[in-house]
Design a protein around this ligand. Structure first.
Ligand code: MTE
Length: 321
C-alpha cells in the first residue's frame, strides 16, 4: 500500500487560503474580467494564450492553488517589493525600488553555455513559455537574519535544465546577472566583483524545490525583485537567489560566486540556512520576520530539512557552510 506522507511545505486541500492571497485571487478575477471585457488578451487566460509575455508589473494569469505553502502569514506586497537587496541598484534596502524602475527587461536574452547539448542564446519567452507556471509560497531567509514569506510564481529549474540536456561532465550550474552599468548604477562602484555570480551543485539545481521565478503575488517580477528571471531556493540564504539572470553555464568544477569571492570566510558556496553556524559577525540562531517585533528561531535548512537534508548527508556543514 502506498501511503502518501505530506511534506512540510505541502498544504492540505482543506487548509485555509491566507487572506492576502485570497484578496490577490479576487484581483485576478477582476483583472481577467476587465481584460476580456476590453477585448484584451490576458488576465485569467493561461499565459500560453499571451501573444507576448506580459510586461513588468502585469498579471501573469491564473495558476492553481499552491501545493507549496508553509501556512504562515504572507509578507505584504509592499514589504516584499520595497525592502530589497539588489546591489546593482544600490546597497540600501530602499535603493532598488527607487532606482530600478526604468530597468529595461524587454527584450531579454539568456545565454546557455558549457557542457550541454542545447547551448545558445534564448529569448527569455522561449526559455520559459513551454513550462506551466506554479505558485510557490516559500519562507525567504536572508543571511542578514531577517525573513519573509513570499508567494513566488515560476517553474522548477529542473524542467528548464532537462530541456537544455546537460552532459555527463556537467556537475555544477553557474548563473550570471546582467552587467550594464549604464542601467545599474551600483555597478559603477566596486562593491562586488560584477557581474553578480551564483552557482549550484547539479543535484541542488535539479531539486524539486528549486524555482526559476518570473513573478510574485500573481504579477511579473518588479525590477527590484529581479525581473524578468531570478532563482529562488527556500532552504538557502537569500543571496543564492540571483536576480535578472542573463547566463546559465554547465560546468565541471565548483564555480566562483560573488559573495564568496567578496568574503570567503563569511559566505560559503552552499549557504544553507543553518542556525548552528554563526556568521563570523552575527548569530544565525534567530531571525526577524519582516513586520514582526519578536525574533523567532531559525530552523535548519529554513524548515525544509525533510526535503533537502539528504543532499548534504555526508558533509560537515560547519566546514561546507
Ligand atoms: N542578485 C543580484 N544580482 N544582486 C544582488 O545584490 N542580492 C541577493 C539576492 N540576489 C542580490 C541578488 C540577496 S543578499 C538577497 S537577500 C536576495 O536577492 C533578496 O531578494 P528580494 O529582494 O527579492 O527579497
Amino acid at each position: 500500500m502506498l501511503i502518501k506522507i505530506r511534506k512540510s511545505w505541502e498544504m492540505r486541500e482543506s487548509d485555509v487560503t491566507p487572506e492576502a492571497l485570497f484578496k490577490n485571487r479576487r484581483q485576478f478575477l477582476k483583472t481577467g474580467a476587465a481584460a476580456l471585457a476590453g477585448g484584451l488578451v490576458g488576465g485569467m487566460l493561461s499565459r500560453h494564450a499571451f501573444a507576448a509575455w506580459p510586461g513588468v508589473g502585469e498579471m501573469l494569469g491564473a495558476v492553481g492553488k499552491s501545493k507549496f505553502d508553509p501556512g504562515e502569514e504572507l509578507t505584504p506586497w509592499d514589504a516584499v517589493t520595497s525592502y530589497n537587496n539588489f546591489y546593482e541598484f544600490g546597497t540600501d534596502k530602499a535603493d532598488p525600488v527607487n532606482t530600478a524602475q526604468d530597468f529595461q527587461t524587454d527584450p531579454w536574452t539568456v545565454e546557455v553555455a558549457g557542457a550541454c547539448a542545447k547551448p545558445g542564446r534564448y529569448a527569455f519567452e522561449d526559455l520559459m513559455k513551454p513550462h506551466p507556471l506554479e505558485e510557490r509560497i516559500y519562507r525567504h531567509r536572508c543571511v542578514e537574519a531577517w525573513s519573509m514569506v513570499v508567494p513566488w510564481l515560476g517553474v522548477p529549474l529542473a524542467d528548464v535544465i532537462k530541456r537544455l540536456e546537460p552532459l555527463g561532465n556537467a556537475k555544477y550550474v553557474a548563473f550570471e546577472t546582467l552587467f550594464d552599468p549604464a542601467q545599474m548604477p551600483g555597478q559603477r562602484r566596486d562593491v562586488l566583483a560584477w557581474p553578480y555570480r551564483e552557482g549550484l551543485r547539479m543535484d541542488e539545481a535539479m531539486h524539486p524545490l528549486t524555482l526559476l521565478s518570473v513573478g510574485v503575488y500573481g504579477k511579473t517580477l518588479p525590477p527590484q525583485n529581479g525581473a524578468p528571471l531570478r532563482l529562488v531556493m527556500p532552504w538557502k540564504y537569500g543571496f543564492k537567489g540571483i536576480k535578472s539572470i542573463v547566463k546559465i553555464t554547465f560546468v565541471e568544477g565548483q564555480p566562483p560566486t560573488s559573495w564568496n569571492m567578496a568574503a570567503r570566510h563569511e559566505y560559503g558556496f552552499y549557504a544553507n540556512v543553518n542556525p548552528a553556524v554563526d556568521h563570523p559577525r552575527w548569530s544565525q540562531a534567530k531571525e526577524r520576520r519582516i513586520g514582526e517585533f519578536r525574533k523567532r528561531d531559525t530552523l535548519p535548512f529554513n524548515g525544509y530539512g525533510d526535503e533537502v537534508a539528504a543532499l548534504y548527508a555526508d558533509m560537515d556543514l560547519s566546514k561546507f557552510f
